[in-house]
Design a protein around this ligand. Structure first.
Ligand SMILES: Cc1ncc(COP(=O)(O)O)c(C=O)c1O
Length: 408
C-alpha cells in the first residue's frame, strides 16, 4: 500500500480508489519519496517517480529474480508489448510502432546512427537543440562528411511562423534529415511540429521529432503529428521510473532502423531488434501501465492543464518579483522561463556554478540557464508543486543574487 494508491501484487497495476478526490500540491507529497526538506521545482530535468510506480517496478523485479529464465523468455516479451500498447493508447499510436529505449538520447542516437550519410549531405537542426542530441548529430556528420545546418531560434521572442519560414529556407536537395524538438530544453518553447512535418513531407525530407519533454506535459497525438520518427521520455512528465523512454517510427521508416546495440534480433524486424538488446533490467518499461494509471488518477488532461496554469502563475510571480522577462509566457507548458537580475558576465559555466550553489547552500533544485541576454531560471510545475513553492523560490533567489553581487 502506498498512500492513496495500492500496487496490485498480481499484475503490477496500481489499483486506484475511484471514490477519492485527489488534492494536489502539498497534500499529495507523501506519494513521492522526494526529500521535502529541499525545494524541488525542477521536475523537467529528470522527473520524479511516485512510490506506487516504484513499487510496481519492484514487483516486476521480484518476479524477474524469482526465475530469470522464465521471466526473460516467457513473461518479458509479452508484458513489454502490453506496456507498449498502453503507451500507444495514451499517445494515439499503435503498439507495433512503439519500441522502448532507455532515454531520449538513446532514441535519437538510434535514428541518427541508422541513417547513411555521405559527404555533402546536410542535417538540419535548430539553435536550441538539446546538447547531447546536437553532439550526436555532429558526431555522425563528422564521421560521414555530412554537414550541420542550423536554423536560428530566437529566445525570447520568435514565433511559429518565423521558425517554419526559417526552416523552409534551409531545406534543399542535400538535406537528408531534419531534427525538431517538441519542447525545447533551454527555453521551454513548444515548436510547431505538425507544420514542420508538413513542410518536410512536401520537401521529401525525413524528420525526427525530439519529444523528450512532450508526453505527460502537453498533448501528444503521434498519428496526428505523423513524423518519420518521434522520441519521447516517460521518466520526465509521466513520472515513470528512470530509464523509460520510447521511439515511435512510421511503418515505412522501421526498415533499416537499428538500436544502438545490435543483438540477436538483427535484421529480424523492428520489434525483434529493439525489444531485446541483450540482458538488461527492463522493469522501468513494465511500470508504464502504472505510471499512466497514476497520471490519469491525478487528472490526466486536467492535470496537464493544471500544471501549465501553475507554471504560468509561477512565471508571472517571478517576473513581477524581479521586474524581468517571462520568456515563454505564450507557450502553454508546465515550465516557465524567467530572466534573473544577476550582474556581471553571462556564461554557461557561471550559470552552472550558481545552480550548484542553489542546490548545496540553499537546498533548492531549480535550473539556471545562460542565454545571450543573461541568466534565466526554468521552473517546472508538477502535481506536488503549489504556488507557495515559487514564492519560496523568489526569496531564495533574492539571497543568491544578493550574495553573488556582494562577492563580485
Ligand atoms: C529536448 C531534449 N532532448 C533530449 C533530452 C535527453 O533526455 P534523456 O536524458 O532522458 O536522454 C532532454 C533532456 O532534458 C531534452 O530536453
Amino acid at each position: 500500500m502506498h498512500g492513496l494508491f495500492r500496487t496490485d501484487e498480481k499484475d503490477g497495476g496500481c489499483q486506484m480508489d475511484g471514490s477519492k478526490t485527489i488534492a494536489l500540491g502539498g497534500a499529495i507529497r507523501a506519494e513521492w519519496p522526494l526529500d521535502w526538506s529541499k525545494l524541488t521545482v525542477n521536475h523537467g530535468a529528470y522527473g520524479a517517480t511516485p512510490k506506487c510506480v516504484l513499487a510496481a517496478q519492484e514487483m516486476w523485479r521480484d518476479r524477474m529474480e524469482a526465475q530469470p529464465s522464465i521471466f526473460m523468455r516467457s513473461i518479458l516479451p509479452d508484458v513489454l508489448r502490453t506496456n507498449a500498447g498502453a503507451l500507444g493508447s495514451f499517445l494515439n499510436a499503435d503498439a507495433q510502432d512503439i519500441v522502448f529505449v532507455d532515454n531520449a538520447t538513446t532514441g535519437c542516437n538510434a535514428v541518427l546512427r541508422s541513417l547513411d550519410f555521405k559527404p555533402g549531405d546536410e542535417i538540419v537542426l535548430h539553435g536550441q537543440i538539446y546538447g547531447a542530441v546536437g553532439k550526436t548529430a555532429r558526431y555522425v556528420a563528422g564521421r560521414t562528411g555530412a554537414s550541420i545546418v542550423e536554423v536560428p531560434l530566437a529566445f525570447p521572442g520568435g514565433d511559429a511562423a518565423a521558425f517554419i519560414e526559417a526552416l523552409g529556407a534551409r531545406l534543399n536537395d542535400r538535406t537528408r534529415l531534419v531534427i525538431v524538438d517538441h519542447i525545447t530544453s533551454p527555453s521551454a518553447l513548444v515548436l510547431p511540429v505538425e507544420a514542420a512535418v508538413r513542410l518536410c513531407r512536401d520537401a521529401g525530407v525525413p524528420i525526427l521529432i525530439d519529444g523528450a519533454h512532450g508526453p505527460g506535459q502537453i498533448e501528444v497525438d503521434l498519428k496526428a503529428i505523423d513524423a518519420d520518427w518521434y522520441v519521447g521520455n516517460c521518466h520526465k512528465w509521466l513520472a515513470a521510473p528512470k530509464g523509460c523512454a520510447f521511439l515511435w517510427s512510421r511503418r515505412d521508416r522501421q526498415v533499416g532502423l537499428h538500436p544502438t546495440t545490435i543483438s540477436h534480433g538483427f535484421q529480424q524486424g523492428y520489434l525483434s531488434e529493439f525489444d531485446w538488446t541483450g540482458t538488461r533490467d527492463a522493469t522501468a518499461f513494465l511500470a508504464i501501465e502504472t505510471a499512466l494509471a497514476f497520471h490519469e488518477k491525478l487528472g490526466g488532461m486536467a492535470l496537464r492543464r493544471r500544471n501549465a496554469d501553475l507554471a504560468h502563475q509561477a512565471g508571472r510571480l517571478l517576473a513581477d518579483h524581479f521586474g524581468t522577462a517571462y520568456g515563454n509566457e505564450a507557450h502553454p507548458v508546465a515550465m516557465a522561463m524567467v530572466r534573473l537580475p544577476f550582474s556581471g558576465a553571462t556564461s554557461a559555466e557561471r550559470a552552472l556554478a550558481l545552480r550548484d550553489r542553489l542546490l548545496d547552500e540553499f537546498r533548492c533544485d531549480a535550473p539556471l540557464i545562460a542565454h545571450p541576454d543573461g541568466i534565466w531560471v526554468r521552473v517546472s510545475a508538477h502535481a506536488y508543486n503549489e504556488i507557495g513553492d515559487y514564492e519560496r523560490l523568489a526569496g531564495i533567489l533574492d539571497r543568491l543574487i544578493r550574495t553573488d553581487r556582494a562577492a563580485d
